[in-house]
Write a protein of this length. Sequence first.
Length: 503
Amino acid sequence: MSFPFHGKEFVFVQPDGTELKVRGWGDQYNARFETLDGHPVVLNSETGFYEYAEIDKTGEEVAPMGVRAGGAVPKRLRSGARKPTRSAKNRTRSQIISDLPRGTTRWEERRQQKRTTLRRAMITSEVAAAPPPQGTIGTYVGLCLLVQFPDVHGTITQQEVEEFCNKPGYNGFGNNGSVYDYFFENSLGKMKYTNVVAPYYTAKNKRSYYTDEKVTQPRRTLELIKEALDDLTAKGFDFSALSTDDQGYVYALNVFYAGPCVNRWAKGLWPHSSSLDSPYTLTQDAKAYDYQITNMGDQLTLGTFCHENGHMVCDFPDLYDYDSDSEGIGVYCLMCAGGAVQGADTNPTQICAYLKNAAGWGTTRTIASGQTFKARAGKNEFFIHKKDNNEYFIIENRFQEGRDSLLTDSGLAVWHVDHLGSNDNQQGTPARHYECALMQADGKKNLEKSQNVGDSKDLFRQGNGTKFGAKTKPNSKWWNKKASGLEISAIGAAGKEITFTAK
């Protein structure tokens, strides 16, 4: 999956045709898998089979043990019951790192340019906006390709895909609205995002040609996308409506292919996002580069599509931990596990205050001492306390209903932001910390410890953390351990409106 997955079930077809049912944790770059009864498995690159993973006496070293997964569990695994430590689980993942290139997409280039500008401003004391300017306001149009194969035809119509992408109030396949609805509602109408959905293209070769696991990913994917674009170009397709950045790059190229995903992780047409090997010229002023591809199967769902377009159109970063030894900000944002937990594929949670504010979708009030504030859920009303243009606390009200119905808690979400941090860094030290961290009201740091993706004690509210300041746990200190001066108390009961007072 291009989107992160947490305990999701997959069926892998082994080289001899047998099916292996597993649960997986990870994303398109790193992943670990277990059998449904909890035994770690790892790919043996020499045989091509997933095998039971052998764990040494320290619980640290993990390697394929020469016994194909899915058959009888080796006696020493049944009796020994040694479980890998967290670092061992990371080694399991490291043995199946994908071949996809990192950091080559246009959206990542744009994001890096903004971070570079911010660093320069900090060094030279130049004035820079907080957050860095990257507003996503107005009308945006992406391109959606539909691909079928001579032996596997699409079963979902072009019109259905158009409605999934663009129709206000869409509810097909149990989705909570269309892609357009999701971004329109998260932005309170400031972003209107639609897709031009092209007619089905029938690939030159049978599906097995593109899903061949002996060919390094994404080689055949790139071939398939180029075929489809060549076909549209030859037929005079009108690309003029597509939105481009200041360098002429089309923001989003979405590709749906017919049928189920028949590949194992990071092989063949396994769903992923990346960039073409070189920009593809669509018009004199527009070129395609960034893309995401996924199978349609027999349904369309919002989670992955919205997450990947959050990257491509809004330049939103991933806020989960790439090596999965922490949970980032969990279920509390689309760009983490907000579309990956059960049920969220058709109703992904909202985008967090940090990213909404960065996109220009909210209103912010500075938290001034001696004042009482009222925060309304779903209104993009944010409350901010700044150290400088890079680091600050931003607060919002989240309530379990509608697009946030799958949250694990309701109340004030207090975010600690450092634009130059990384959500790979759960250590919480001055040098290594998250870009965006949720200050969990119970002080247990379950997200950083990879113990869950959210629970009922995460948000501040009456009965669960009514104060947040220098001496509370968690505290309001900056990452350098100095007092920030932020002191809030008298936090009210969870609800569509919640009040708090700044000392």
